[in-house]
Design a protein around this ligand. Structure first.
Ligand SMILES: *Cc1c(COP(=O)(O)O)cnc(C)c1O
Length: 352
């Protein structure tokens, strides 16, 4: 049985990408296995340069931005942002759910943090956010656990720092002013181990003196992210994935696919006579992580178990949020969505 994972924690890779990576695990360019590729080898440098060039092309990243290849996951960035950017000032954090709260809690260990809460009356209007005098304003573009997504990136008068771990390369982004974007690659675009940081050069050079050197953005930028060993294998997988994205028509094609897949799923939820209930209001629904509940939450375990028996895994909601969740990342095949929708229809008929 061909299984499909809808896990939020790790996105599927397209079959062609897996085949290419498997071959390279045996041998790459006559250099032996890519699993043992040296980061000081000329071939690795070329590979990393190629990834950067392709990423710049796909996301239209202006030349004033540095692209860093870091380790430690997005969670390490929660601490590295204040260490690198705060310089004794305050930061603003927009609270949209689980991950933004984690980012805020970590940042508040390093400095003063101002919270912009969804309950604030003027939350919907970024112009009204109180960001006066802050070093940066942090947003989580897509709340993986809650299924909440900014429809468009907010524009603010201070540098925006965006956690795009679950939606980088699933939508276009415009970087036309000082900003920082970071994303672990294991969800939408690769495997665990690599975190991309895309940072405007004007934000470098103000790190707290106690910042570990390998976690200092400026120092890593000056060393082409090779101050120490970068996550070589994860960079290799990202390269294969970016070439796949490019062949499929780039970020616009990824965004269209995300829109199409998620619309089909939400339509199925909305047309189920209340059997399935989407957790998020229409305007903020994520195109990558769709959260919902069953009209009778006691059926959730049966839903998950029966889906699993059909080869559909990873449908539990985030442990701290509950409910059910379908994650649709770049590598999710259309057949996975079709199979899931069939199953959901059957389950509803059996229990509705
Ligand atoms: C998964 C996730 C994280 C945490 O990523 P790690 O690589 O486990 O540190 C942070 N932010 C968002 C939005 C996520 O989806």
């Amino acid at each position: 049985m061909l299984g499909y994972s809808f896990s939020a924690a790790a996105g599927p890779l397209p079959r062609d990408v897996v085949a290419e990576v498997s071959d390279a695990c045996r041998d790459w360019r006559g250099l032996g296995s890519v699993l043992a590729l040296s980061f000081v080898a000329e071939d690795y440098r070329e590979l990393q340069q190629g990834v950067e060039t392709r990423l710049r092309r796909l996301l239209a990243i202006p030349k004033q931005f540095k692209v860093l290849f870091m380790a430690g996951g997005a969670s390490a960035q929660f601490a590295l942002l204040p260490l690198n950017l705060l310089a004794g000032r305050e930061a603003a954090y927009v609270d949209t759910g689980h991950w933004s709260r984690r980012a805020l809690a970590e940042a508040s260990r390093y400095g003063k943090v101002r919270c912009i809460a969804m309950s604030d009356e003027r939350f919907g209007d970024p112009d009204a956010w109180d960001v006066e005098g802050v070093a940066y304003c942090h947003v989580t573009s897509n709340e993986t656990a809650d299924g909440w997504q900014f429809e468009a990136m907010p524009v603010v008068s201070v540098p925006l720092a965006a956690d795009m771990t679950s939606d980088l390369l699933t939508r276009p982004m415009a970087l036309d002013r000082p900003a920082l974007v970071y994303a672990g690659t294991q969800k939408a675009i690769g495997v665990p181990g690599l975190t991309l940081v895309i940072v405007h050069e004007s934000l470098l050079g103000q790190a707290h003196p106690a910042t570990p050197r390998v976690m200092n953005y400026g120092a890593q930028a000056a060393a082409q992210s090779r101050l120490n060993t970068p996550p070589v294998f994860a960079v290799f997988v990202l390269d294969a994935m970016l070439r796949w994205v490019e062949q499929r028509g780039g970020v616009a094609a990824m965004a269209a696919a995300a829109q199409r897949r998620s619309s089909e799923l939400y339509a199925a939820l909305d047309c189920s006579d209340g059997f399935y209930r989407a957790s998020v209001a229409r305007a903020q629904r994520s195109r990558v992580n769709a959260c919902f509940q069953l009209h009778d939450p006691a059926l959730s375990d049966a839903f998950v178990a029966q889906a699993r028996a059909r080869g559909l895994s990873g449908l539990q909601g985030h442990p701290q949020v509950g409910g059910l969740r379908v994650s649709l990342y770049n590598g999710t095949p259309d057949a996975a969505v079709a199979t899931l929708l069939d199953f959901m229809d059957e389950f509803r008929r059996a229990h509705g």
